[in-house]
Write a protein that binds this ligand. Structure first.
Ligand SMILES: NC(=O)C1=CN([C@@H]2O[C@H](COP(=O)(O)OP(=O)(O)OC[C@H]3O[C@@H](n4cnc5c(N)ncnc54)[C@H](OP(=O)(O)O)[C@@H]3O)[C@@H](O)[C@H]2O)C=CC1
Ligand SMILES: CC[C@](O)(C(C)=O)C(=O)O
Ligand SMILES: [Mg+2]
Ligand SMILES: [Mg+2]
Length: 350
């Protein structure tokens, strides 16, 4: 069975009790990649009793870290060869190459191709054989929190999708994988590769990563250009955002509105749409259109084929924005990051 895109998925939420961990504990899972998602999936799976082998390039900077975390490490081809489930957690743009050279030659009938994002299946960059299962367990969180939550006996919400069910067990095995990385502790919702891919790309571009950072920088620059100190602008437009979003995370927009002052609530409700106005909505719809018609995917693939010229320039400009230096200095002065977070943020920078 291959995914029926027109299928509307019900909003059943799956929890630990809905998963049969025995389905995956007896299998070998190759986790290809040991980065944000890979290090979390591999360690969480292993801590859940799953036989894990990490697949990395022989000159990988992550090889020693994975071995240091008590995991077996092999090349991607070696890992795929011994695995029943191959979890593809290398960057989206290298997955087709890794699939062609390391995974596909070592896939056997009845194996599972598992993803954390649907990009390469949805945009037809990887076309799996008909005799394997193709699933996705996509944590709705950065990987470092997937690991932190698991270690704290907490869960991370996730999505489950079955693109191809050659064995008839894809859903059950995907749910067991989700449980083993801690997602069913929080709740797992079933979706499709199309829906996850398009909503995830839109969300990270228009809201979570792109939209928010642009709003923060524009707010910071507005205050600094008006003569206010960079430190004041940082505190107001970046640092306090976490505290505001924490309230929304815990109890919706109302949870935040109920906690801030009436003055802030009135000002926010009247001026918010002045700043993020109907043009923002029109722009968001254009962003979504480019995701849906494949234009963004083609642009991102071409950017990588060209050696990432624009991406490199944009990353450089972002790292050199004044707010980064101001923030680094202020974060060093204030003891608001606990040790665990400081260690992790050092890891992320490495
Ligand atoms: N980041 C996140 O929180 C989320 C990511 N995802 C998805 O998870 C997947 C993995 O992304 P993410 O965890 O961010 O990836 P990262 O960039 O954090 O990590 C990539 C890993 O892959 C390895 N790698 C890179 N190139 C190759 C290669 N050619 N062959 C073998 N290994 C390679 C790297 O090791 P080295 O370079 O040392 O060899 C590194 O261990 C993607 O599909 C992404 O969309 C989904 C949800 C959230
Ligand atoms: C929000 C960015 C993300 O989609 C994620 C952490 O979920 C990603 O691709 O990293
Ligand atoms: Mg995401
Ligand atoms: Mg994403």
């Amino acid at each position: 069975m291959t995914e029926d895109d027109s299928q509307t998925f019900d909003s059943t939420v799956y929890y630990d009790e809905d998963a049969d961990s025995e389905v995956i504990v007896g299998k070998t899972v190759a986790v290809l990649g040991y980065g944000s998602q890979g290090h979390a999936h591999a360690q969480n799976l292993a801590d859940s009793g799953v036989d894990v082998v990490v697949g990395l390039r022989e000159d990988s900077s992550s090889w020693d870290a994975a071995e240091g975390d008590g995991l077996r490490v092999a090349t991607p081809a070696e890992a795929a060869a011994e695995a029943d489930v191959v979890s593809v957690l290398v960057p989206d743009t290298v997955q087709p190459d890794v699939y062609e050279n390391a995974i596909e030659p070592n896939l056997e009938a009845g194996d599972t191709l598992q993803f954390a994002h649907g990009f390469n299946i949805h945009y037809n960059q990887i076309q799996p054989p008909e005799d394997v299962d193709v699933t996705m367990v996509a944590p709705k969180s950065p990987g470092h929190l997937v690991r932190r939550n698991y270690e704290n006996d907490e869960g991370t919400p996730g999505l489950l999708a079955v693109y191809q069910d050659a064995t008839g067990d894809a859903h059950e095995e995907g749910l067991a994988y989700a449980a083993a990385i801690g997602c069913t502790r929080a709740g797992v919702v079933e979706t499709s590769f199309r829906e996850e891919t398009e909503t995830d790309l839109f969300g990270e571009q228009a809201v979570l990563c792109g939209g928010v950072t642009s709003l923060v920088k524009q707010g910071y620059e507005t205050l600094v250009d008006a003569g206010y100190s960079p430190e004041m602008a940082y505190f107001e437009c970046l640092n306090e955002l976490k505290l505001i979003v924490d309230l929304m995370y815990e109890d919706g927009l109302g949870g935040m509105w109920d906690s801030v002052s009436d003055t802030a609530e009135y000002g926010g409700l009247t001026q918010g749409d002045v700043v993020v106005d109907e043009h923002a909505r029109e722009n968001m719809e254009e962003v979504l259109e480019k995701v849906q018609n494949g234009q963004f995917a083609r642009e991102w693939i071409a950017e990588n084929q060209a050696g990432r010229p624009s991406y490199t320039q944009l990353r450089h400009a972002e790292k050199n924005h004044e707010i980064e230096a101001v923030g680094e200095e202020l974060r060093g002065l204030f003891a608001w990051q606990d040790e665990e977070e400081e260690e992790e943020s050092a890891e992320v920078k490495a």
